[in-house]
Design a protein. Structure first.
Length: 396
């Protein structure tokens, strides 16, 4: 990969340790994927923030980078392992909290915003159509490429951090127009109208075509909360970093001839595959983190009621600020449900605390099982909130 004189100097250590390390990471990546050069970027989202996943080795790496590393573009963080302000309320132990706070402090020292959300586009990190960016967090990557029309590969934590410190990314993959074209037409003939059904659609498409880029038809009406859900599940179950939805995705693509169909039966099968529990002892909504419209709906469903089951509503602190002003936080807390900022069911250290998770998120089921060994139940927002109040599951 070609490096300018200035970039070579960085590689030789002229701008300090963190910049040198970052240049080593980006040049290695560029060489592996055949990038011709490094290109400037405008925005970064860094995943790999929970101490639960990083451990001491990850914390040490970050503190070493923070000695002289400084972000040069707008950069936000993915969720951490706890609510930074109310970790005790979520039952997180003090030893874990101490380490998690050190992780976030290292990022903040590097000039990175502790937005601690997987929906950075709802928290001020909102690149525009056509911008080249370097995001990690698979659901946000799909959202950026497919809904915003920005250009990003699916970065890992270290490569995203390196891009933040240098303002550069290797020019390959989804930064190139020719790699953003749809490769398979997918006709959604099922009726799909809720967050959980869009999650099931992503599951079915992902299982059917893996990491190919689909051109999806048959979606006539879709809201932000449902798009988030689709982005999260298609990335989780198939591995793609981009899709096109007819009439929604702003980028142009040729339309492939080869077509598959996702039927009502496929959606039912997806629900069945994501369900192996019975009565939930943990309910979580907000995977990906809730939009203000979702919080409004949850507040109205819980208004004047009391929950019988541990219930977490996960969201960014930015969206919580809006919810506070609109009275939604108060209504949700009055029911006994918890507002959990900065974190989520997958990255908080929850293994062994709960047996069965109920959620409206297909991705949440995947990580609830994989990371925390939960049994899972998937249903609509209404079904999840009804289970929170009654303690009984009637959804799915
Ligand atoms: Fe976000 Fe956690 Fe889900 S990072 S997409 S809420 S697994």
């Amino acid at each position: 990969m070609y490096l300018s004189k200035e970039q070579e100097k960085i590689l030789n250590g002229d701008r300090g340790h963190a910049a040198k390390k970052s240049m080593e990471i980006l040049t290695a990546l560029g060489d592996i994927y055949g990038a011709d050069r490094l290109i400037p970027i405008t925005s970064v989202q860094v995943a790999g923030v929970s101490y639960h996943n990083l451990g001491d080795a990850g914390l040490e790496f970050l503190e070493e980078m923070a000695r002289d590393g400084k972000a040069v573009v707008k950069t936000t963080l993915n969720p951490a392992g706890m609510d930074l302000e109310d970790w005790e309320g979520l039952g997180i132990d003090a030893e874990f909290a101490k380490k998690q706070i050190r992780v976030v402090q290292a990022f903040v020292k590097m000039g990175i915003s502790p937005a601690l959300t997987c929906t950075p586009y709802l928290a001020g990190n909102d690149p525009k159509f056509g911008e080249h960016i370097a995001w990690s967090e698979s659901s946000a990557v799909v959202y950026a490429n497919s809904i915003i029309g920005a250009y990003t590969n699916r970065e890992g934590g270290p490569s995203a951090l390196s891009s933040a410190l240098l303002g550069l990314t290797p020019n390959y993959g989804l930064h190139l127009e020719e790699n953003r074209q749809a490769t398979r037409k997918v006709k959604a003939s099922a009726t799909i109208s809720s967050i959980s059904e869009f999650g099931a659609l992503g599951y079915a498409i992902g299982k059917a075509i893996g990491s190919e880029i689909p051109y999806i038809t048959g979606i006539h009406e879709v809201r932000l909360s449902e798009l988030k859900s689709l982005c999260a599940s298609i990335a989780t179950f198939g591995g793609t970093a981009m899709f096109h939805i007819e009439g929604v995705t702003p980028n142009k693509t040729t339309v492939p001839n080869e077509e598959i169909e996702i039927t009502q039966k496929d959606i039912e099968n997806a629900f069945a595959s994501l369900t192996d529990g019975k009565d939930p002892d943990f309910i979580s909504l907000g995977c990906p983190h809730c939009s203000i419209e979702e919080v409004e709906k949850i507040a109205s469903l819980l208004s004047g009621k009391k929950v019988k089951v541990e219930t977490w509503i996960t969201l960014s602190r930015a969206v919580k600020g809006q919810a506070d002003r609109l009275g939604y936080t108060k209504a949700i807390r009055a029911s006994g449900a918890k507002i959990a900022c900065d974190t989520c069911l997958a990255v908080a250290p929850l293994t062994g605390r709960f047996r069965c998770l109920a959620t409206n998120s297909a991705k949440g089921c995947y990580y609830g099982r994989g990371n925390n060994k939960f049994k899972t139940l998937i249903g609509s927002t209404e079904e999840c909130m009804s289970a929170a109040v009654t303690g009984k599951w009637k959804g799915g």
